[in-house]
Design a protein around this ligand. Sequence first.
Ligand SMILES: O=C(O)c1cc(C(=O)O)c2c(n1)C(=O)C(=O)c1cc(C(=O)O)[nH]c1-2
Ligand SMILES: [Ca+2]
Length: 691
Amino acid sequence: PEASDAPTEGVTDAMIAAADGNEWLTYGRDYGEQRFSPLTQISGDNVGQLGLAWFADLDTARGQEATPLMHDGVLYITTAWSKVMAFDAKTGTVKWTYDPEVPRSTLAVACCDAVNRGVALYGDKVYVATLDGDLVALNQSDGSVAWRKQVVPDKDNYTITGAPRVAHGKVFIGSGGAEYKARGFLAAYDWKTGEEAWRFHTVPGNPADGFENDAMKTAADTWKGNWWELGGGGTVWDSITYDPVNNQVLVGTGNAEPWNPGANGRLGSGEAAEGNLYTSSIVAVDADTGAYKWHFQETPEDRWDYDSNAQITLADLTIGGEQKHVVLHAPKNGYFYMFDAATGKFIDAKAWTDMNWSTGIDPATGRPAINPEARYEQTGKPWVNVPGAGGSHSWQAMSFSPATGLVYIPANFAGFPFVAKKDFKPSDIGFQTAIDSAATAMPADENVRAGAMAGTTGALVAWDPVAQKEAWRVPYKGPWNGGTLATAGGLVFQGTATEEFNAYSAADGKKLWSFPTQSGVIAAPMTYAIDGEQYVAVLAGWGGVWDIAPGILSSVSGPPRNISRLLVFKIGGTAKLPDAPKFPKRVLDPPPVTGTEAQIAHGADVYGRYCSVCHGDAAVAGALNPDLRYSATLNSPDAVKAIVIDGALHDNGMVSFKAALSADDAEAVRQYVIKRSNEDKALEKKGGGSS
Ligand SMILES: O=C(O)c1cc(C(=O)O)c2c(n1)C(=O)C(=O)c1cc(C(=O)O)[nH]c1-2
Ligand SMILES: [Ca+2]
């Protein structure tokens, strides 16, 4: 079918390109995704008088990751479970809501909470991608559905958490799933009809099916074994940046799959110049055709979950006396990169955080030298990789201020333990990372826990991309703080895991204002103006992967609790939040240990592979999913079997695991959790530990 012309009414390409400061039309505000607002009404002089203008309670108590968009007086957000809400941006009156009714059982195939990062606006439409893998076009006027298309090849391995982007009559979207069995892609849809225009895969499929293009043929030379059987990964789960100067779309790609390359031999000897293209890379494709233009692999031979999905920013900078249109990128792996946007030519990279997986960068090629000890599947030894799998920087967007020349990065400082799983067999459900999580479970040992917590911190880092050096930093108690917003008023706004929303001086990081948010903030703020009055909006709602995966470490920053809200501020705002509800202190009260040693060891293994990715390491969960150490069902083998095998809680997101587990396995898990619960109870009595 003929492609529709780009819209000429409503939100147009020209409007997004002009990026009027009063509105916020696309995820990163402008095409370059700089998240820099030209608005100046709120500044260092008056930010102390910033107050709540209005707020809205959200009905999804999970991680809130969206950046709101504002057009024509209407503020659009998504919430967890991919719901969309439209508000009068001045008063907070709800105009409409849309619920795509994502099955709650989708949680079992979502690596990192039921999150969504926001909508796209184009013409008279609002676009949302749903956790269960659909792209939905809504009418801006009333939230009615114009069309809904399934984007993902199957709903058992793929999910979508990212925000769509738009340009040249098309809507761009990818997916997550590289911890399952997913083959990464970026797809483009006709904005009006929802017809798929093109699809670019980021990793090659089965050679027997023929390669879709030359880029796949080239990439296939960098893969060994039957890589396609597990998908390969390289998912496009967050960053998608349209570059109007070169009419191209830049995507960041996810980790190679499975994490442990020894499990399927995807790297062969494991020392290829470029291992497993185009994973952990930035890839540029033509916006009209999806044809490959260039790539740069930031983490060759990835085996550490080093997604390159962090937001891709474009900027025009003077480098060595020359004006250049460049890509700025701070992926999970701890290097800060700069590339020529037109060609992908490497300009510079610098380690901006502690790291042990790489010993340096080749200044000519940009290729990182890899520490042989970090090849844990080859050494056969446990390896604590730094930065950890959460990344020194992840999807929490950074901002760039042309006024200060600085990039403001939400930084995580942590390690992640890797032990290669022996005799790994793929299964029909759950993570396929081939890591032995049982071997690295956090023991009930005060000193080990205190050490792990002390080594887990965060910061707001202001980085000078031209000088490639740090300008200043604000240290935080823990990681997983919110994305950032920079303004021409000389401010940087950021929410924190410690339940604050802060304003800093963009020049030197001095804290100028703070608001208690009652829940951790992980989303990025945005700003807009109506009738000459400037507003700043941010979503509060603790969650995402950090709450789910690292168990006890999710409590490093503060009380991990979720109170989900949209908060909107203006100078002199007087709205007040109700007092935060009290979260009762729970008491560990497990039955006595009756399992045999062998049964408990087996339970640990099953727990590590199938349960820990949602319920936390060593049965210590965060705020969102039940902490099984406290579960009343520990008293009942039948209840555990009903849930784990028969799927009694399927509609809450706890699906049946009978595709992989037997009733005996479920009982072994029960015995393992009983043991962990008793150990932690003993630790609590001693006055140590944390829960
Ligand atoms: O490889 C993938 O496909 C994939 C997808 C996602 C996602 O869709 O959210 C995350 C990750 N990986 C990931 O590694 C990660 O640390 C992560 C954090 C989050 C989050 O929203 O908090 N998502 C994801
Ligand atoms: Ca990943």
